[in-house]
Design a protein around this ligand. Structure first.
Ligand code: PLP
Length: 387
């Protein structure tokens, strides 16, 4: 049979990170990886214990398609307290398999083929492919180092066309660590209202904000009815393997997402949901400890990269540094490949996060302080050798 794979899937490139990490994995454990965007911490014990307890109690069934009501109540309480946006747990919240599933659901729920979704680049690797898988058209707006990778709302407005359906935000940002000022958030809200757009806001790194206060666009007047607020447990609570996320938003959009979720996923794992309830109720202390450690690492890695001559903007949140490597004379891919082969340090080429990532690499500081110090010594040696 010809054309066995659907055309729009056949043309999708594989993730740039995936290929690279196949190479890293083949190199054994002398490699220091600043590559993967995953906390090096194990999930706090009280959360793991709640998973064991759920199983002991025999809580092994399906849940409501939307997720356990007790979890949705806990989520809505948390979102109200921390993001100043009130949602009804019965109709305005859905529990998903990570933020990944929530993204897929909202794109499939709102995109009629050909609709455009505007987002900022460099960005999380999945955004453009997920939009395309939902038959949408991704429209990237570039954020620049000279503006500390902050989004200029004017650039967003210039990208709006009659086909624009939604704008997608991710602050603090993977891979740049940039955040938005309250003025920028207000300006983006104004643009969304003026052009009648949906706003999808991926706030998965929001707890990991080190400078200033995180503010959510969902909290602004008139925004709740057009905003889908996405969040999850992978990063702040070090719960990647639990695959827990959620979306809060207007009832019509949550209902549309629920239909897709119901037919494709049914529900998220009950064991993971019970653990996530524990994280929301009692996870703050452990989470703050991890955050303090990320902040300590951030200050060190950014200082060291700048000393080495790889200019690096101070990230405001998340756990990534995004240094400019153009002084090395190498492309992002050459830099990452040679650094791995010659000094056994894994970083991700900036181009994995969009074409405008050329000239940069992403260094995740979700690895131990000592390993980051050693990685910086190796990078220094590598850069000196190039001169
Ligand atoms: C910006 C962003 N959104 C979403 C995700 C997916 O997270 P989850 O583990 O909740 O599916 C990631 C993971 O790296 C991410 O960086």
């Amino acid at each position: 049979m010809k054309n066995r794979v659907a055309e729009h899937i056949a043309v999708l490139p594989k993730s740039g990170i995936r290929d690279f990490f196949e190479l890293v994995n083949s190199m054994g454990n002398e490699v220091i990886s600043l590559g993967i965007g995953e906390p090096d911490f194990v999930t706090p014990w009280h959360i793991r214990e709640s998973a064991i307890f759920a199983m002991e109690k025999g809580h092994t069934s399906y849940t409501s398609n939307l997720g356990l009501l007790s979890m949705r109540q806990e989520v809505c309480k948390y979102v109200d307290k921390n993001y100043k946006a009130k949602y009804n747990p019965v109709s305005e919240c859905i529990i998903t398999v990570g933020v990944s599933e929530a993204l897929d659901l909202i794109f499939r729920a709102i995109i009629t083929p050909g609709d455009e979704i505007i987002y900022h680049e460099p960005c999380y690797v999945s955004y453009a492919p997920e939009i395309k898988m939902a038959h949408g058209v991704p429209v990237a707006v570039v954020t620049k180092e000279k503006n500390k990778f902050a989004l200029d709302p004017k650039d967003f407005e210039k990208a709006v066309t009659p086909k624009t359906k939604a704008i997608l935000l991710n602050f603090p940002c993977n891979p740049t660590g940039a955040s938005l000022t309250p003025e920028d958030v207000r300006e983006i809200a104004r643009i969304a209202k003026k052009h009648d757009l949906i706003v999808i806001t991926d706030e998965i790194y929001s707890e990991l904000t080190y400078d200033g206060k995180h503010s959510s666009i969902a909290s602004l007047p008139g925004m709740k009815e057009r905003t889908i607020f996405l969040h999850g447990f992978s990063k702040a609570y070090a719960m990647t393997g639990f695959r827990m996320g959620y979306a809060c938003g207007p009832a019509d959009l949550i209902d549309a997402m629920m239909k897709i979720h119901q037919y494709s996923m049914l529900c998220a794992s009950i064991i993971a949901q019970e653990s996530a309830i524990e994280a929301l109720r009692n996870g703050k202390t452990e989470m703050e400890k991890m955050k303090d450690e990320y902040c300590r690492r951030r200050n060190m890695i950014v200082k060291r990269l700048n000393e080495i001559g790889l200019k690096c903007v101070m990230p405001k949140g998340a756990f990534y540094a995004f240094p400019n490597i153009t002084s090395s004379g190498l492309s992002s891919k050459e830099f990452a490949t040679r650094l791995l082969q010659e000094e056994k340090v894994a970083v991700v080429p900036g181009t994995a996060f969009g074409e405008c990532g050329e000239g940069y690499v992403r260094c995740a500081y979700a690895t131990s302080f000592e390993d980051i110090e050693e990685a910086m010594r190796r990078i220094e040696k590598f850069v000196k050798k190039l001169k």
